[in-house]
Design a protein around this ligand. Structure first.
Ligand code: NAP
Ligand code: HSE
Length: 425
């Protein structure tokens, strides 16, 4: 029986999950695939760290034990970050090894360079675990969607922020309270910036949109805005209007232009993504032949992410000839144009004194900027200044920005929240 030897770069959350799956499910995997998979070595920083049932003799602090080991056919990388992951992946390719990675940061930053090197050395580069953890979205896009033109990819692809927004919505708690709880239970990092500022989702969207639209979408073109300014009041008022708040990663291809953006977004309660709660991830595709497709599941965690890594290892080991992207994987992409002045509906929350003429002033500013109001609610609080919430029809992003500046410039008025609303397709 053929045996495939694997070297791990990293033995943390993801590495240990992948290791345990290869060990505990060895019988079924070998039975199905006719191949035996053996992890022979794993690079770590600290060999003395306690790692439960992971055998100590596998661990090394010397990268060449993996990168220069002629027996190793596949290198699986889960170090995180750009360096030294980039250097090690390139060295693995030079030494004729295929690489499987869970690392969205190294891919989003160095994908063209990594792919060029893999092609040059005739080896594979696989990255199912880099987007949405255990959800098989990458292979679905490559292998099952060839018949379609994809016009929209929308995802809840950050579990931490979905957990925070879900708890704020269902329990009426504040952002800081729920963030502290997420940190306590080990879901959010001690420094949660990457997640809560939308960067983690932006890295993943850069990869997803590139594959969905067959065009490299560099990270620098992905707009991102986080959830730190979201209030429980905005969420509660949205709820009364039949809207659910999510941090959505949105990619659209319209009239030959691509828009890619990550920001808090209200969606109708009936939208397929509205019911995705807690740390669960989901990706929604809108395609011309298939129509709508939603994949949901665990977007992070040792075993779910390990599942995606192992599926890449098995897939890579079965390829006679590795396939690469069908698009020019280059950061210089003059033929594509990116639309940053996209159209959306908006939820705008204005704090205003409850006196004659105020509504007329706000409506006038919206009208002057070509923003049409769809509905309006004023909340009675008994305070001198009250929240007035406007839902608009579709308008351009730049027009909305000018309107917000205009409203903020009127004495006594302040805009406390501006949240985009994604209607059903
Ligand atoms: P982790 O638990 O921090 O594990 C990282 C591993 O890499 C550790 O074993 C660490 O060694 C080792 N390492 C890091 N830098 C090293 C260096 N310079 N030299 C040698 N060893 C080094 O991280 P993780 O959660 O497994 O995440 C790994 C990757 O998977 C990241 O790119 C992440 O974005 C991605 N990912 C994670 C998840 C998830 O749920 N955690 C989901 C999807 C994708 P020590 O153990 O000795 O410190
Ligand atoms: N921190 C990420 C999340 C998991 O909360 O979804 C790793 O991609």
């Amino acid at each position: 029986m053929r045996e495939v030897k694997i070297g791990f770069l990293g033995m943390g959350n993801v590495g240990s999950g992948a290791y345990r799956i290869l060990r505990d499910n060895a019988d079924v995997i070998t039975h199905r695939e006719g191949i035996k998979y053996t992890v022979v070595s794993a690079l770590v920083r600290d060999k003395s760290k306690s790692r439960g049932d992971i055998p100590q003799q596998l661990l090394t602090t010397e990268p060449d034990d993996i990168l220069c080991n002629p027996d190793i056919e596949i290198v699986a990388e889960f170090l995180g970050g750009v360096e030294p992951a980039r250097t090690y992946i390139l060295r693995a390719f030079e030494n004729g090894k295929t690489v499987v990675t869970a690392n969205k940061v190294v891919l989003a930053n160095c994908w063209p360079e990594l792919e060029a090197s893999a092609r040059k050395h005739g080896v594979g580069l696989y990255y199912e675990a880099s987007v949405a953890g255990g959800i098989p979205i990458i292979r679905t896009l490559y292998s099952s969607m060839q018949a379609n033109r994809i016009t929209k990819v929308m995802g809840i692809i950050n579990g931490t922020t979905n957990y925070i927004l879900s708890a704020m919505s269902s329990q009426g708690r504040s952002y800081s309270e729920v963030l502290a709880e997420a940190q306590r239970i080990g879901l959010a990092e001690a420094d949660p910036t990457l997640d809560v500022e939308g960067l983690d989702a932006a890295y993943k969207l850069s990869l997803l949109a590139s594959i969905a639209f067959h065009a490299k979408v560099p990270m620098k073109h992905v707009y991102h805005e986080g959830i730190t300014a979201i209030t429980k009041q905005d969420i509660a008022i949205g709820k009364e209007m039949g809207l659910t708040l999510k941090l959505l990663a949105i990619g659209k291809k319209e009239d030959g232009q691509i828009q890619v953006r990550v920001h808090p977004t209200f969606i109708p309660d009936s939208h397929p993504l509205a019911a995705i709660s807690g740390a669960t991830n989901a990706v929604y595709l809108d395609c011309d032949a298939l129509g709508e497709l939603v994949l949901s599941g665990q977007g992070a965690g040792s075993m779910p992410t390990g599942s995606a890594v192992v599926s890449d290892i098995v897939y890579a080991s079965q390829q006679q000839k590795h396939a690469y992207n069908t698009f020019k994987n280059d950061d210089n992409i003059p033929e594509i144009s990116f639309n940053t002045n996209w159209e959306s509906e908006y939820f705008v929350s204005v704090m205003a004194p409850d006196k004659p003429g105020i509504l007329a002033a706000v409506a006038g500013i919206f009208a002057a900027n070509n923003v049409s109001i769809a509905s309006m609610v004023q909340k009675r609080t008994g305070e001198e200044r009250v929240p007035v919430i406007f839902l608009t029809h579709r308008c351009r992003e730049l027009n909305m920005k000018r309107a917000i500046e205009g409203i903020g410039g009127v004495e006594g008025l302040s805009v406390s929240g501006t949240i985009r609303v994604e209607a059903m397709s």
